[in-house]
Design a binder for this molecule. Structure first.
Ligand SMILES: [Zn+2]
Length: 440
């Protein structure tokens, strides 16, 4: 296994650079658009003035505590995974030796246990995040319902981890140094299946999805879709208000699972102009095949990730004294650690690509609605409802955020050329105060 003698560090670094180049290649050209030609920017009120200084301050406080919890959770996850990948004291050694009696089932058991341990160790941080969300009014779910959600999702994750561990160890044993080839093929097929099956299998576990009833809102979606020249698939409403007061919409699924999903909160709280801006953005994603672009990025970086996992796992197995050849339950913690590292580092270029696609979807939506004020009003509403920090710290935004900042999105809309006489169909409602939630 000469490939496995490479240094995972240098290998990982090279993979990360290639992933950034791929993300850059897949990103649309977001160069100067019509917006930059306008001179209206300087006269526009500041983003903070639009949202309200008090609201911004409150959101910054909430989000900075949320970021600390998130980063602590990430650190804890890697600490636990590293501990199990490298620590081989008597209890761990005994458990792994017992599991090695039946390598594949033993690997599944180790994968399941590891995922459960992670869920349990991270629970206090998640609880703190939940309490924080309730404190600011973003989370509307009762604690017991939330506990049920957390339990179901932990068991689901652990089951998937068990299957992944079993398959990975099988491939490791069967293909040896060519693990990465078979592993990449399986992971790519897995990614396509997950994207297809998510709306059909996983989403319904955590929400009630119903076809958006006939009426003004459905007409709005269909009219915008016709204008954009896209086929939307299913148009769904989800009962997000059961968990949170957040406003959102998204598109997911491929083939016959393709759908546009609108939060019931969005339908209840947004004006027609804001809702049009929200839907137009989602339709722009459909029109530009952004989901397929994301999937293409995933499929291109999967071989890099799996190669890194292979090289890293072999190095960790040498270090912890596990026999990486032929491989058994003992390599599962290292496989998990390397997979988590690959996923974290590849999410950085992934987010860069995503921000670029989001930025283009905003511009396409502006073209579709010709209503920059509707977009600005929507961003202000989103900022209020989702208590989002309009301008997160630069490094955090660069590494972890999949969307451009609210400040950037408002600025794009502010600099968008204003149309002549307004289209009566997209005229916005009155300016409202935060917390106001009358119908649209
Ligand atoms: Zn989007």
């Amino acid at each position: 296994m000469s490939l496995n003698r490479h240094s995972p560090l240098w290998f990982g670094l090279a993979a990360l650079i290639v992933a950034y180049v791929l993300a850059w290649g897949l990103a649309p050209d977001n160069g100067p658009g019509p917006g930059t030609r306008s001179s209206a920017v300087s006269a526009a009120p500041s983003v903070e003035a639009r949202i309200g200084p008090d609201v911004v301050e409150r959101a910054e406080r909430y989000r900075s505590r949320g970021r600390r919890l998130f980063l602590a959770g990430l650190a804890l996850q890697f600490a636990v995974l590293a501990l199990f990948a490298f620590y081989r004291g008597p209890p761990v050694r005994q458990a792994l030796d017992r599991a090695a009696g039946r390598p594949l089932l033993g690997s599944a058991a180790v994968g399941f246990t590891l995922a459960l341990v992670l869920a349990i160790v991270q629970f206090p941080l998640r609880l703190a995040g939940f309490d924080l969300g309730r404190e600011v009014g973003l989370v509307t779910q009762a604690r017991n319902d939330w506990l049920l959600d957390v339990t179901v999702s932990a068991l689901l994750t652990a089951s998937l981890a068990a299957i992944a561990a079993l398959v990975a160890v099988f491939v490791w044993r069967r293909f040896g140094p060519r693990f990465w080839i078979a592993g990449s093929a399986l992971a790519a097929v897995g990614a396509v299946i997950v994207v297809w099956a998510w709306p059909v299998v996983v989403s319904p576990i955590f929400g009630k999805f119903e076809s958006l009833p006939d009426g003004a809102n459905r007409d709005r979606v269909e009219r915008l879709a016709a204008r954009a020249g896209v086929e939307v698939g299913k148009i769904q409403e989800v009962d997000s208000s059961r968990r949170s007061s957040a406003i959102n919409a998204y598109v997911n699924g491929i083939g016959n699972s393709k759908q546009v999903v609108i939060y019931d909160n969005a339908i209840r709280k947004l004006t027609p102009a804001e809702l049009s801006a929200l839907i137009a953005h989602e339709l722009a994603h459909v029109k530009q095949h952004d989901l397929y672009r994301g999937l293409a990025f995933a499929i291109l970086v999967i071989p890099l990730a799996v190669l890194f996992v292979q090289v890293g796992t072999a190095a960790a197995a040498r270090r912890s004294g596990d026999d990486g050849d032929p491989g058994g339950p003992g390599i599962v913690p290292a496989l998990a650690l390397m997979t988590a590292l690959a996923a974290l580092f590849l999410s950085f270029p992934g987010n860069m690509l995503s921000r670029s696609l989001e930025s283009r979807a905003d511009r396409e939506a502006l073209e579709l609605t010709s209503d920059p004020d509707g977009q600005i009003s929507l961003q202000v509403q989103l900022s209020w409802a989702n208590i989002s920090d309009p301008d997160p710290p630069g490094l955090y935004q660069f590494l972890f955020r999949s969307h451009p900042s609210t400040a950037d999105r408002i600025e794009t809309a502010e600099s968008w050329p204003r149309p002549g006489p307004p289209d009566p169909w997209v005229v916005g409602g009155p300016v409202r105060v935060p917390g106001w939630s009358g119908g649209s």
